[in-house]
Design a protein around this ligand. Sequence first.
Ligand SMILES: C[S@@+](CC[C@H](N)C(=O)[O-])C[C@H]1O[C@@H](n2cnc3c(N)ncnc32)[C@H](O)[C@@H]1O
Length: 269
Amino acid sequence: MITTSIRLLKGYPWFKRLNAKITYEILSRYIRSSDWHFMNYGYTPKSCENENGICPTTLQRFPMQMYHYLATKVPIEGKVILEVGSGRGGGARYITQSLKPSSYTGMDIASNAVKLANKIHVVPNLNFIQGSAESIPFADNSVDVVINVESCHGYGSVPKFLSEAHRVLTPGGHLLLVDFRNSEENMRIFKEQLKESGLECIEEENISENVVAAIEAEDHSKNEMIRKLVPERWRNLFCQFAGTVGSPFYETLRSGSRKYYRFVLRKAA
Ligand SMILES: C[S@@+](CC[C@H](N)C(=O)[O-])C[C@H]1O[C@@H](n2cnc3c(N)ncnc32)[C@H](O)[C@@H]1O
């Protein structure tokens, strides 16, 4: 009954915005662990992709690889980067330290996530601000690369976000995006929205299998972390949210009804 009501309410933009904000405010406020830096499901590289080989613990390794194999699609060194939906900031820190942009701003709707990220990632050229994907607080043509990792499925209006990304990008700038949709039809709608954004799609890959492999590979450490950080009565719910093996997220992605894609888009020069 509750699940059905939530599913129906998710059809309303105002509810999607509220749901994303409340969920991530609570997560950052109550799970303050400073060694949990990522909130994406992780990525196992394809056989043609080189392992980056620098990831510390099993738990951080796969979500970090999600960032690595996305960000290395275009040159980052010396560029102005904006990440929309930066969460706990681990991806922003990784890219700033390893790929050397001139500046990296991580932006998130959840003020608690921003506070936490600014506290745990004190790194030159990196800062975190609070802001909405649907109204980006940046000037026109001011950002070389916009990064968006597993975030836009929760926005009230994806077309508004894409129009904002288009506005802030410099001519020839890139939007690098990974995200899932819960059905083939919703992924088709998302691809239509990308097409209508005015950005040119220069690469599109179905990475669902790579995400499934990452979920399986980190399942043990993820469950250990949940046991350590989450009170017992919330663990079941949290496992579903975290997409552990056996959760509906994992099962639908594995069966192919849910799709996870990576996109490289470019604004006309
Ligand atoms: C699944 S988490 C991913 C976080 C991070 N990209 C990562 O991979 O670790 C999604 C993030 O998007 C943020 N978010 C959701 N709606 C947003 C919006 N409208 N504007 C900016 N950030 C938003 C959430 O607060 C959350 O931190």
